[in-house]
Design a binder for this molecule. Structure first.
Ligand code: TYM
Length: 332
């Protein structure tokens, strides 16, 4: 039986955090047995904001090692660095000609990222088209992401449908896959904002590579709300509810169950157990990561396999697209 394809990606900016793990990587790991899987390190997306070249280079390899340490198995899944496949940029240009300025200016992520910037680069604005190209290039069926990417996915579907209607069936129309738990983990310091791997305040995020004592410190210092009862109430207790959400996603227990367990106990008891739960999840990841990151040749081999696979797949799509829009085929 032909397996359906899942595809997702993460920008190599900042430190991979527990938000990325619960919203995306954990789902990838669970789905990779049942789907043909493609996981991207989207370095071309990350240069829409300032990056130091040497840091970007080493972070890309570090992200590959972290994907594998989180359970992405290179024997089952394809791991690809976006810039290794030139067809991403090629398809993006074509799709740009079928995307409206009005659509892009409605993107909430663009609005919030560009809010305090003086000179907004065009890449930040056209970024969702590159994301659509990533997905459509590989004819993905399902895209496992956190809820912040839903609007980008909807735009991707609109662009694909528009193209298909104009030139006949060319792209699969992808569906988002957003987990029930963990789709939007909030900042530990400002629980009305999303936890973001590029947050300059490192106390706001739990990084996947944080040492146990750091995890404990960050959870202890996380902003909770007045009161002392461990109760889930997103509106009135956003800080505590965010911690309960993290607990829920890691333990697969319901909020009711967790509330019951902490009846008559203090926030500090809950925070201490939550720290244990996070440390139990992250410790094996860190151990495996420390081993993998020293094996650069192994990581490069996985990337070579990923590129070979990705090049072939994406060349199929780009040839089809170029033919349909009327470009003269290249003589080889
Ligand atoms: P990025 O790099 O911001 O985030 C990577 C993935 O992590 C999820 N995520 C979260 N989930 C729960 N809680 C959070 N606080 C949290 N923060 C991030 C995101 O939803 C995402 O799934 N544009 C994308 C990257 C991308 C992509 C793609 C994704 C480029 N091309 C193609 C899927 C398919 C982004 O900036 O994700």
């Amino acid at each position: 039986m032909i397996k359906k394809t899942i595809l997702s990606g993460i920008q190599p900016s900042g430190n991979l955090c527990i938000g990325n793990y619960l919203g995306a990587i954990k789902q990838w790991e669970q789905m990779q047995d049942d789907y043909e899987s493609i996981f991207l390190v989207v370095d071309m997306h990350s240069i829409t904001t300032k990056q130091l070249p040497a840091d970007l280079r080493s972070r890309c390899l570090s992200f590959v090692a972290q994907y594998i340490a989180c359970g992405i198995d290179p024997n089952k899944s394809n791991i690809i660095i976006q810039s290794h496949i030139p067809q991403h940029a090629e398809l993006m240009w074509v799709l740009s000609c079928f995307t409206y300025q009005g659509e892009l200016s409605r993107m909430t992520q663009y609005k919030s990222k560009s809010k305090n910037l003086k000179n907004i680069n065009a890449g930040l604005f056209t970024y969702p088209i590159l994301m659509a190209a990533d997905i459509l290039l590989y004819q993905a069926d399902l895209v496992p992401v956190g809820s912040d990417q839903k609007q980008h996915l909807e735009l991707c579907r609109d662009i694909a449908l528009r193209f298909n209607n104009k030139f006949s069936e060319t792209f699969k129309i992808p569906e988002p896959f957003i987990p029930k738990n963990g789709a939007r983990i909030m900042s530990l310091q400002n629980p009305t904002d999303k936890m973001s791997k590029s947050d300059v305040n490192l106390n706001s995020i739990i990084s996947l590579l944080d040492e146990p004592n750091i995890v404990r410190k960050k959870i202890n210092r996380s902003v909770t709300d007045s009161g002392s009862k461990v109760v889930y109430n997103q509106k009135d207790k956003p800080g505590l509810s965010n911690l309960i959400n993290i607990y829920k996603s890691l333990s697969n227990e319901s909020a009711d169950y967790i509330e019951n367990r902490y009846k008559g106990k203090m926030y500090s008891d809950f925070k201490s157990d939550l720290s244990d739960l996070i440390i139990d999840t992250l410790s094996p990841i860190k151990l495996e990561y420390d081993y993998l990151i020293k094996n650069k040749d192994y990581l490069l081999k996985i990337l070579k396999d990923g590129t070979d696979y990705g090049y072939k797949k994406s060349q199929n799509t780009i040839s089809k697209v170029y033919r349909k829009i009327g470009f003269v085929p290249r003589v080889r």
